[in-house]
Design a protein around this ligand. Structure first.
Ligand code: UDP
Length: 474
């Protein structure tokens, strides 16, 4: 009898778990990464660990991303209303514990998890994944300039006692001795939000500092940026964590790989209902005449600040499209301050939530008054739209400095909220210094497009990531 031929054991397919923070920005980035992974490889099994409320707010996800498995976890808060900032810490901790409890389930056949791609703010999940032998790749959706500051600068300043700031300190003074960087001058007020604390034992600060200490230990680190934008900083970050995958701007990367007919459906991951009437309104406005005003999904605003913005915008005489997110006013209903009807008829439009990527790409938009969230900043860079920055905290304080002082594609309003200043800066951005900003913004926009094109740096970064993920094993 012929000897039986030995069949090689069948390898289960590489299987990736994706775990984002359940907030608009990270959800958007991780969904786009999931989409890119499915487009680029038939051989990856992808499971998206999603918060139940996010999934309820995006009911068409399984149809839009049919090759992604969704696994749902509670955040301990009933219903699918957007979560208010004061519930944030407890909801993330509940969600994290639920994920940890279920993690061993993902090791079962037929497709045991071979890699976890995780937002940097889940250290306990990372810990558990490592105990279970699952390789971990971080996908921090913070800006690389803030990760750089948090890694190279902030711990030193905490150690030396220069941070937290002393009472009466002039925050406009430059920070001395920025390691390795002659080209970047940061003032104290430009440092990441954690430096403004009064309590160094604050768990959030400890979490951020821990995230930075963990950076070198990660098997890899995905960044939503492109090489040309942050060359020097990336070189320094690579000295800490050699395996960086720069794959951004991820929304452009994802958009470039879509069939035009499905573009609109796949790119919208909004947790709020988008008001598309603003696109019709923009269609009737002259080219580059409108400033888009939006402060993202989290930033709160006081009624006094809202009044200053309203006067500043109206007095500037510039046309505006303003997103006033419901619930963003501290302790008061948004409807309590109306823009006069005659102004709206003449040159303004207000919505509760806009299709922001599409708005920024509209020919009528000439500037963006933004809180400098990283996603908003990249979306603006991609469309070559200059920015007026009113940062609130976290990484926004560093980003706005880079916009104004390093990339020079806008103005950093930093800590000012005064109608006269706003009026003046809106005119600077939209009229007086418009050519100067537009030229540089156009250059960066082209360079972003180049990065995601076949053979570009982010295109290569994504392909390397996929190859590496395929060969990761338990
Ligand atoms: N966004 C939107 N419509 C709006 C306002 C914001 O689609 O009316 C999106 C925006 O395109 C971006 C995200 O919400 O992708 C906000 O993320 P970012 O990092 O800028 O700020 P965060 O909300 O995290 O502070």
């Amino acid at each position: 009898a012929q000897p039986q031929q030995q069949q090689p054991p069948v390898q289960p397919p590489p299987s990736v778990l994706l775990l984002p923070l359940p907030l608009q920005g990270p959800i958007n980035c991780f969904l786009k990464l999931a989409h890119l992974l499915t487009l680029s490889s038939d051989h990856l099994n992808i499971t998206f660990l999603n918060a139940e409320f996010v999934h309820q707010r995006l009911p068409d996800l399984p149809t839009r991303l049919p090759r992604v498995n969704f696994s749902l976890f509670s955040d301990g808060v009933p219903g699918d209303d957007p979560r208010p900032p004061e519930k944030f810490a407890s909801m993330v901790s509940f969600f994290e514990n639920e994920v940890i409890r279920c993690l061993p389930e993902f090791l079962k056949s037929p497709a045991p998890a071979t890699c976890l791609v995780v937002d940097g703010v889940f250290p306990a999940v990372v810990e558990r994944a490592k105990e279970l032998g699952i390789p971990v790749v971080y996908f921090s959706t913070l800006s690389p300039c803030c990760i750089w500051a948090n890694s190279f600068l902030v711990p030193k300043l905490f150690d030396s006692g220069e941070v937290p700031f002393k009472k009466g300190m002039d925050l406009n003074e430059p920070v001395s001795d920025i390691p390795g960087e002659e080209e970047i001058s940061l003032r104290w007020c430009d440092l990441p939000g954690i430096c403004r604390t009064h309590d160094t034992t604050d768990p959030y600060i400890q979490l951020v500092l821990k995230e930075c200490r963990e950076l070198p230990k990660a098997q890899g680190h995905i960044l939503n940026t492109f090489d040309d934008l942050e060359e020097h900083l990336l070189a320094e970050l690579r000295s800490l964590c050699p395996n960086l995958y720069t794959i951004g701007p991820i929304h452009l990367h994802s958009r470039t790989r879509l069939e035009p007919v499905t573009e609109q459906r796949v790119t919208s991951n909004s947790l709020w209902q988008e008001d598309r009437n603003c696109i019709t309104w923009l269609d009737s406005q002259p080219s580059e005449s409108v400033i888009f005003v939006s402060f993202g999904s989290v930033v709160p605003m006081t009624i006094d600040q809202l009044i200053e913005f309203q006067y500043g915008l109206v007095n500037s005489g510039v046309r505006f499209l303003w997103v006033r997110r419901p619930g963003s006013l501290v302790g008061i209903e948004d409807s309590s301050l109306q823009v006069p009807t005659e102004i709206l008829e003449e040159r303004g439009f207000i919505v509760e939530w806009a299709p922001q990527e599409e708005v920024l790409a509209h020919r009528a938009i000439g500037g963006f008054l933004t809180h400098s969230g990283w996603n908003s900043t990249l979306e603006s860079i991609v469309e070559g739209v200059p920015m007026l920055c009113w940062p609130n905290g976290i990484d926004q304080l560093v980003i706005s400095r880079f916009v104004g002082d390093v990339w020079k594609i806008g103005i950093d309003m930093k800590d000012k909220c005064d109608r006269v200043v706003i009026e003046d800066m809106v005119r600077d951005l939209m009229v007086r210094r418009r050519d100067e900003f537009s030229k540089r913004a156009d250059r960066l926009s082209k360079s972003a497009a180049q990065a995601v094109r076949e053979g570009g740096s982010s295109w290569q970064g994504l392909h390397r990531l996929i190859q590496d993920i395929k060969f990761m094993r338990l």
